[in-house]
Design a protein around this ligand. Sequence first.
Ligand code: SAM
Length: 249
Amino acid sequence: MDRWKYFDITHKRHLVCNPMTKEKFYRLCDTLPLSKGSRVLDIACGKGEFLVRLAELHDVSGVGVDLSPYCIRDCMRKKQERVPEADLVFIEMDGADYTPDNGEKYHLAGCIGASWVYGGHRGTLQALSEMTAPGGWVVVGEPFWRREPSGDYLESQNMKREDYSSHVGNVRIGEELGLRCAYTLVSDEDDWDHYETLQWLATEQYRAENPDDTDNEELLAKVLHGKNAYLDEGRSTQGWAIYVFKKIS
Ligand SMILES: C[S@@+](CC[C@H](N)C(=O)[O-])C[C@H]1O[C@@H](n2cnc3c(N)ncnc32)[C@H](O)[C@@H]1O
């Protein structure tokens, strides 16, 4: 089935598409030192919650980029409903191909939960840093290993051990690049459970409301695969955090 349709169905009830609750995510948005007119770039912006919330709180303007047509449609609807006057632009494209107009440097450049766009955590920090003004902020959301994953788990998830680091490793990678970590927000088990299990619930609802969808069997098979991997090992093995780095110079 179409990957964007799958993501749209499984994340239908999520406000943010990452393992962070609304309360913690809003705390982050509130805490970020931005002000009226600050320019923000969000690569893989999902449903646009980060930019819209920052516009509500700090009157920022900015650009959101996402490859999913469903997400961009949701972003535009959300902007219209909550901050119709804000200067927020949402673009449907591959984040890896995005280059700022006229070489603009943003006050904040983020990519929360999609580091594959730039080939991993290091590549993401590098790419975002290049689009950030000195003194600005680079914000990423990235998984980390809480303990060593088994070979079976890696295989079932089509992952490699070296795809991710530890929590401290994620901080150090940024600092090796000349960024300074200024704030972190770490997901706990409850945050993870909410993120993962809401996908199961949304899938049940979709199947009940769309019994004739020919994708239903594939949809359920994929969700059950993820559910079993999460319960068997993901829940105890993978962590996730949002890292706020300052671009020093
Ligand atoms: C885990 S979600 C995170 C979304 C959002 N940052 C959030 O935290 O709510 C990953 C997002 O990456 C988007 N995505 C996947 N590949 C992409 C790409 N190559 N370029 C831009 N967006 C991409 C997906 O459509 C999805 O919205």
